[in-house]
Structure formats: C-alpha cells, structure tokens
Write a protein that binds this ligand. Structure first.
Ligand SMILES: Nc1ncnc2c1ncn2[C@@H]1O[C@H](COP(=O)(O)OP(=O)(O)OP(=O)(O)O)[C@@H](O)[C@H]1O
Length: 444
C-alpha cells in the first residue's frame, strides 16, 4: 500500500539520514535521501514527491530556505514536516503558521513519524487537501456548503453540532479551505474530550519552560499554532468548568497567556467549536456555562445524521471506493445494486465514519470487483426487519439499529471497545445507544 509514497528526506547528518532512509524503505516508501539543501532543490525540481521530511539545520542552508524556495518555485509544493532540535522549535512553529504541515522534535519516535507520513499521504490521496472536496449532494449538505463563503468572510466563532461521525471536522476543514483560499494558513484540530484538564490548558494555551514538572522547554499552544488560520476545538461539551472560564476569557480577549507566562499574546483566528452533545441541556443542567454557550453559539451549523440525508450515501460510497483504489493502486470496486440498496436502508448509527469503515472493510475482506451486500454487512444474523406497515419510520429505523448493534456485540464477543471500533463510534456513544435501545447492562 505504501509502494507509491514518495518521500524526499533532507538530512545532512549521515547517521540520522541513513537510519531514516532505511526505515522508510523498509516501510515500502520510495525514499530519496538528499544530503544537502542544494541536492534537495534539484531533486524536488526534477521529480514529484508526496511529502518532504527535512531537518531544520542543513550543512549548506536551512530547511526553512528549502521550504520557501519550494513554495515559490514548484507548481505544487509537497507538504513539509520538519525535524527540529530544542533550539529551533519556535522556528518550526512559525513555519507551520506559514503553511508547513508539521514538525517532530528530536529525539523522536520513528513509528510516529512513519504513521505521520502515512496519514499525510492518505489525505493527499483523497484528492488534495482536506476540505478541497464538496461536502455532499443532499440538499442539507448543499445548504451548509452555500453558507460557508459568507461565514469565512464574516464570522470569527462558529459552532458545529451533530452526532458523532457526521463530518463536523470535515465541515470545519471545508470552511477553512474557503477561508484560506490559495494561501497557506494553519488548520489545527484538538479533541478537548480526549485530554485531561491538567494537560488541556497547556495544550490550548502553551507553557513556558519550567512552568511545571516536565516542561523542559517553552511550547506554544494550539491557539498560537493556529494564529492566522483556523482552530477546531472538538467536544467542547466535555470541558470542565475551570477550562470553560479560561476558554471564555481567551475568546473575549483574543489573547492567550501561556501556563507559567506573564505576557498576553494576541491571536487572530477563526475558532470553530464542535460537539455531539446538546449544549442547551448541558447549560440547563449547570454543566456548561451559559455565557460561554452564547459566546460560541453566535453562528451554529447543524450537520444532520446520515439517515436524514440518504442521497449522500451512494455519493459517499463512490468517493470512498475511488479513494481506496487510488491508495491501493488496485482497480476501482463497485457495489452491486443490492448492496447499495441495503446501504440505503440501513440507519448508519455511526454516520459517515461507520459507512467509511464498512466500505474499507468490504474492500479488504472481499476480492470481488462487484461487492455484494454481505461484504458491507458481514454479520450473518443481520437482516433488516421486514417492516410493519403500522410502524412509524422512527420505530423501524430504531429496530434496524438495535439488531445491527446486537449483531456486532455478538460477533465481538460482547467486548465494548472492539464493538465500538467495529461500528466506527466511540465507546461512550455505544454505551449511550445500548442504554437507549435496551441492549443489555449498559453501564460503563
Ligand atoms: N462529507 C464527507 N466526505 C468525505 N468523508 C467524510 C465526509 N464527512 C465525514 N467524512 C469522513 O467520516 C469520518 C468522520 O468525520 P469527522 O471526523 O469529520 O466527523 P465528526 O462529526 O467530527 O466526528 P466526532 O464527533 O466523532 O469527532 C472521517 O474519516 C471523515 O473523513
């Protein structure tokens, strides 16, 4: 799968260069090791690369100079990932603000770097930068699409709501792509629900050297990293009251103070917050600050669940099949009409994420060019209920969802983590659904 990934490695240190080049080749990447900036510029001019991994300091020039040269001289500069030492972190952060993709600090984890390359090139294979593709063909998604240019011009805070996996981050990326146009501006995404409160403050606002045990050096937070571009804060409904106060202050003042710091640093960015929770209910329960709710809820985009915009299902399936073919280099697969019909009839509780996983799994599990329904829905005991003419659509879909989740639970031996992964939803989301659908002892 990695055979076509072309990596340009710019590293003047022979030991580091050799070990990185060797590891990349072992991964199946087509790695070209350039030992100087001049050599890199020559190779980049001659050949297209999917990603550039460059040291900040090179014998004859700097990684920054190569990056600037590529932005001006190449028709389409590949994404740059910088390798930095302690002394050059600030420079690397500044480069990200100017459009570099990412950086890793020495000593770094090789596995993580390889995963980063795969992630970057997989995104590139989906047809360009995330956000460069339309959101869907349904009337609902086209309405969202139509409002984005106005928001990109006028808004500085946007709230995106919708169930898990509907594509909230996708919408944020699309908004960012419209905002940024051809310019290279940073898009930084953080899942607030996945980070403990003690770490979240430093992640958002940064920290000074020595601010706490383990803060060996100064690190700018995501607000600073996203300066000039877009910051996507996912799962803001999960923030603790303490963090909510701090976020409110930053949104109002548009300045951040690093943990352990004294100076307020101005930031100018589009803040996109997202949640799958009902913030109004959280406000009523006292779990979410009312003032913060009004501050982030100035403009709200609701992304409907996939079951409410079924026209997008075949369109998304075709997109995913095309992406898979491009990434694997194999022939493009198709769905048999019966499989497409089954996909249209299924409620997709995990939304687009679940659909994407199902298509990916079907392509791995079946070698057929035309995929049958069983490739998409491998759980033997799942068959959509026959349907009762008296039942409402809501009841019918609920029964479909219940049966499918029960089948998945059974096929995963009741293991919640595995089942959630298989369905493409979070464990928490699975617990909630099990509770709602009376499926066993739904206690986390
Ligand atoms: N319109 C779309 N076109 C192509 N892929 C999409 C689209 N919407 C969502 N996806 C894919 O579905 C998956 C889930 O999307 P995304 O992460 O944006 O959802 P989310 O609503 O932010 O999820 P969560 O609430 O769990 O954070 C991703 O792999 C994304 O690439």
């Amino acid at each position: 799968m990695n055979a076509a990934v072309r990596v340009c490695l710019i590293e003047d240190d022979p030991i580091m260069g050799e070990s990185l080049a060797e590891r990349f080749r072992l991964e199946g990447f087509d790695a070209c090791w350039c030992r100087s900036g001049a050599e890199a510029m020559r190779r980049l001019r001659e050949q297209a690369f999917d990603v550039v991994i460059s040291d900040m300091r090179l014998g004859d020039t700097t990684g920054e100079a190569v990056f600037d040269w590529a932005a001006g001289a190449l028709p389409q500069a590949p994404p740059f990932v910088f390798i930095t030492g302690y002394g050059t972190v600030d420079q690397a952060v500044a480069l990200i603000k100017r459009g570099a993709h990412d950086y890793v600090t020495k000593p770094f984890d090789l596995d993580a770097l390889v995963a980063k390359v795969i992630e970057i090139t997989a995104t590139a294979a989906t047809g360009g930068a995330p956000g460069s593709e339309p959101l869907g063909v349904s009337a609902a998604m086209q309405r969202i699409e139509a409002m984005l240019p106005r928001l990109a011009r006028a808004a500085n805070t946007v709230l995106i709501v919708g169930e898990s996996g509907v594509g909230k981050e996708r919408v944020a990326q699309r908004l960012h792509a419209i905002l940024a146009g051809a310019a290279t501006r940073p898009f930084v995404a953080v899942n607030c629900g996945a980070i403990a409160e003690t770490l979240l403050e430093a992640e958002l606002f940064g920290h000074e050297k020595g601010a706490f045990t383990g803060a060996a050096r100064t690190r700018p937070g995501v607000f600073e990293q996203a300066d000039g571009g877009t910051l996507f804060l996912d799962e803001i409904g999960e923030m603790t009251p303490g963090m909510q106060v701090k976020l409110l202050r930053v949104i109002q003042e548009r300045r951040v103070t690093r943990v352990g710091g004294e100076t307020a640093i101005p930031v100018e960015l589009l803040l996109v917050c997202a949640t799958h929770r009902d913030l109004k209910t959280l406000v009523a329960e006292g779990a979410f600050r009312e003032d913060l709710f009004y501050r982030v809820n100035v403009v709200q985009i609701r992304v409907p669940p996939l079951r409410e915009r079924r026209e997008d299902i075949p369109w998304l399936i075709k997109r995913f099949l095309t992406d898979i073919a491009r990434q694997s280099g194999e022939a493009r697969r198709h769905l048999l009409p019966a499989a497409e019909e089954a996909a249209m009839n299924y409620p997709w509780p995990g939304n687009v994420r679940e659909l994407k996983h199902a298509v990916e799994r079907a392509c791995i599990m079946s070698a057929a060019e035309w995929l049958p329904p069983s490739a998409l829905f491998p759980d033997a005991d799942f068959a959509p209920p026959a349907g009762d003419a008296q039942a409402s659509l809501g009841d019918y879909l609920r029964e479909c969802e219940r049966r499918y989740i029960r089948g998945a639970l059974e096929s995963c031996g009741g293991q919640i983590g595995q089942t959630a992964e298989r369905l493409g939803i979070s464990r928490k989301n699975l617990w909630e659904k099990m509770k709602k659908l009376d499926l066993g002892d739904a206690e986390p």
